[in-house]
Design a protein around this ligand. Structure first.
Ligand SMILES: [Zn+2]
Length: 95
């Protein structure tokens, strides 16, 4: 297996994409082409690189910070509680 074309998760690195891009159509290294054929993530990155002006695969999206996830969860819980309170308000019989 060529060095440096797969990352720790077994996906193609930028060097791997460069090797595929440099090879003529139908002549890409077999293991790189085989991985690209069965990996949706690398296919997305390759398509995104074709659309990006730099011509390089888009960097992997960073994981959102934990505080942002917590804010989203708390906001969701707040909305659910508001919905329950409003439902109760709607079901109380008028005096
Ligand atoms: Zn992959």
């Amino acid at each position: 297996m060529p060095e440096g074309v797969f990352d720790a998760q077994g996906c193609l690195t930028e060097a791997g994409f460069a090797r595929i891009g440099a090879s003529p159509p139908g002549r890409a290294p077999t293991e790189l082409a085989a991985h690209l054929a069965q990996c949706a993530r690398c296919q997305r990155r390759l398509l995104a690189s074709a659309a990006s002006p730099s011509g390089r695969p888009a960097p992997r999206r960073q994981r959102p910070p934990v505080w942002r996830t917590a804010v989203a969860v708390l906001a969701s819980l707040l909305l659910v509680m508001m919905a329950i309170v409003m439902l109760r308000f709607l079901t109380v019989a008028p005096r």
